[in-house]
Design a protein around this ligand. Structure first.
Ligand code: HEC
Ligand code: HEC
Length: 362
């Protein structure tokens, strides 16, 4: 919780303080979508947050809403390599899905926001996203709408405030979940939920492919930051988590994304470089881009420990100093097909009923 104290809001609650909006689909942990202590969920607050999430009047020229880049019809992302905001401005990173983000505290590829509440304020005033001049201007604009003034009074018992705008949006986002995929049903004991090919793919995912070293747990993410070499073939490198911590081990590292709904959220990676899951698998198999900060999971030493000790004791063959190199997976074509088949079993439900409101407060 190193970052929590720097946020404008209290840190995210622990499981002991759970207040869940509704029952979660199979596979999602009870208590996994806890609301922070200062933002308990209520149906009214979620309804208000949904209106704000879809309302383009929260942008400078009334054209962009949160839902412009995180669309329900596109599994809460936009299917673009880089997000497009106000005046057609193109950002530098691909929009991640909002699905299941309510289960984590740190947000953004580099985790620079300590909570969903803090995250929600970012795009409002980002000049290439919703383009509002300031957070005060957002408050004023929302407060100028009588219907919203009433709604905020009903939900929070006070005038419109930017922190409450963020709280309502975050409460809504905690309802955007995905579970009960065929993978979840398999994990719950329904042995025929996956085909033979998908089961072989799952085994590759957990063993030879080493995917589950990072894509671990119920959300297929360890919520940690890794350098996978993506982007290190460009003139300008995305430093990722390093910009938040300044630590060498975070250079070029971004948070492991969930793989839930992955068949629907192309293009892939933070720069949207891959259009298909086959391309992603090929990348891990033999395309990982070497850089000095590459995650240890993707590297191997060029000499074994024994060879290294021998070399330094003067007994072995003299040679170049041991270094790490990219570890190819050496998957067969069949194994790659199976792995992709498994990834496609991660489509679930919970988020699908969510639609844009037909009317907004006036
Ligand atoms: C112009 C497109 C755009 C708009 C509008 C936009 N976002 Fe995003 N969103 C992005 C991009 C791009 C990122 C990743 C940015 C980064 O990591 O630096 C992101 C990241 C996020 C994340 C973090 C997800 C994760 O995996 O860490 C959440 C949550 C989110 N947005 C919610 C919202 C909300 C709520 C709004 C409205 C207040 C909003 N977004 C408006 C493009 C957009
Ligand atoms: C060292 C940790 C690590 C390992 C091992 C790993 N991944 Fe990833 N994965 C990541 C990170 C981090 C990203 C985001 C990289 C980026 O965009 O820079 C990612 C991105 C992805 C994406 C794109 C997600 C999206 O929303 O854009 C897919 C699909 C994926 N990985 C599948 C796999 C598969 C399949 C394997 C095994 C062959 C695997 N990963 C192994 C950490 C890992």
């Amino acid at each position: 919780m190193a970052l929590a104290g720097q946020g404008l809001l209290a840190p995210t609650a622990t499981a002991a303080e759970v207040e869940e909006p509704s029952a979660l689909p199979l596979g999602l942990p009870a208590g996994g979508f806890a609301s922070p202590r200062d933002n308990p969920s209520t149906p009214e607050k979620i309804a208000l947050g949904r209106l704000l999430y879809f309302d383009s009047r929260l942008s400078a020229d009334d054209t962009i809403a949160c839902s412009s880049c995180h669309l329900p019809a596109k599994a809460f992302t936009d299917n673009l390599p880089a997000a497009v905001g106000i005046d057609g401005s193109v950002g530098t990173r691909s929009a991640p899905t909002v699905i299941n983000r309510g289960s984590a505290s740190e947000q953004f590829w580099d985790g620079r926001a300590a909570s969903l509440e803090e995250q929600a304020k970012g795009p409002l005033v980002n000049p290439i996203e919703m383009g509002m001049p300031s957070l005060e201007a957002v408050t004023k604009k929302v407060a100028a709408i009588a219907g919203y003034r009433e709604f905020f009074d009903e939900v929070f018992g006070r005038p419109v405030h930017i922190d409450d705008i963020a709280r309502a949006i975050a409460a809504f986002e905690r309802t955007v979940v995905s579970g009960n995929s065929r993978f979840d049903r398999y994990e719950a004991g329904k042995r025929d939920a996956l085909t033979e090919a998908e089961l072989r793919g799952l085994a590759i995912f957990r063993s030879k492919g080493r995917c589950s070293q990072c894509h671990s747990g119920w959300n297929l993410s360890d919520e940690k930051y890794h350098n996978t070499g993506v982007g290190w073939d460009q003139a300008m490198v995305d430093v990722g988590r390093f910009s938040v911590t300044g630590r060498e081990e975070d250079m070029g590292a971004v948070r492991t994304p969930t793989l839930r709904e992955i068949s629907r959220t192309a293009p892939y990676m933070k720069d949207g470089r891959f259009d298909t899951l086959e391309q992603v698998v090929d990348y891990y198999d033999e395309g990982v881009i070497w850089n000095p900060f590459l995650d240890v999971e993707l590297t191997r030493k060029t000499r074994t420990l024994e060879q290294t000790l021998e070399m330094y004791s003067g007994e072995g063959e003299p040679g170049p100093a041991p270094k790490a190199e990219v570890q190819d997976l050496e998957l067969t074509d069949q194994e790659k097909r199976d792995l992709v088949a498994f990834l496609k079993t991660l489509d679930g439900e919970g988020w699908r009923e969510i639609r844009a409101p037909s009317e907004f407060p006036r």
